[in-house]
Ligand binder design. Sequence first.
Ligand SMILES: [Zn+2]
Length: 253
Amino acid sequence: MNVDLIPTRNDNYVFVLSEEGSPEVAIVDPSDFAPVESYLVSRGKVVNTILVTHHHPDHVGGIAELKAKYNCRVVAAKQENHRIQNVDHWVEEGDEVFFKTNRAVVLETPGHTLGHNAYHFADHNCLFSGDTLFSIGCGRLFEGSPKMMMDTLNRLARLPEDTVVYCTHEYTLANLEFARDLEPENEALKEFGELCKKRRELGKYTVPTTIGLEKKLNPFLRVHEAEVKKAVNLPDGDLVDVFAEVRRRKDHF
Ligand SMILES: [Zn+2]
C-alpha cells in the first residue's frame, strides 16, 4: 500500500492510499474537492473509500462532492454521527475497516474533539492520526480535557516505534520552536530541527513522522521528563497537571 500526500489550504494534508496497478484509492480527511479531484484525474484514479478522523471543516469539506462523483463508501466515527454528513459506515473502537485487502483497526482518540478516530494499518506500520498526535505537537483541546488527550497520546505512544504517523497538518517548525524553548538541552530536537528547516526550504514535507521519533522530541509525550516538568515550574507535578500546563503554554506561545 502506498501513501501519497496532497497539500491543501495553508497547512493541511490529504492522504491518498493506493495499490500498485489499481485505479482505486482511499482518501483520508478530504479537506476540499478541487485539489483531490485534480490529483485523481491527472493519475486516472477513482475513490473507493473515504476515512474521516473528525468533523472539522478542513477534514470533511470534500466529502459531498467526492461521494457524488465516485459513489464511494465513507467511514467516520460513530460518536460524530450528529455532525458529519454523507457517511455510510459509522465505526468505533476496535472496528476493522478495509481498503481492498488492507486492514485498519479503529482507535478512538478523543481530546481535540470528543469523537475522533485514528486508523491503524498494523500490517503496513502506519497510523492516520488526524488532529491528535502531530509532529512534535498535539491538537488543541477544543472539546476534550487534558487528561483525555494525554491518555490518547500515551496510547498512541505504545504503538511500535517504527509506526509511521500521518498527521493532518504541517505544523512542525512552529512546534519545534516551542519544544526547544521547553527543552533547550535536548540534542535530538536540535538535530531534527535543522533537518526540518532544510526540508521546508526545499519545499519538502516534514510529515510523516514516527512514534519512535516523537517519543524523543514531542513535549506532549515527554511530560514525565524532569526537564519538561522543570520548564513549566512543576518539578514534582502530577503528570496531568504538567500536560495541561504544557498545552496551555503552547496555546499562548
Ligand atoms: Zn480539527
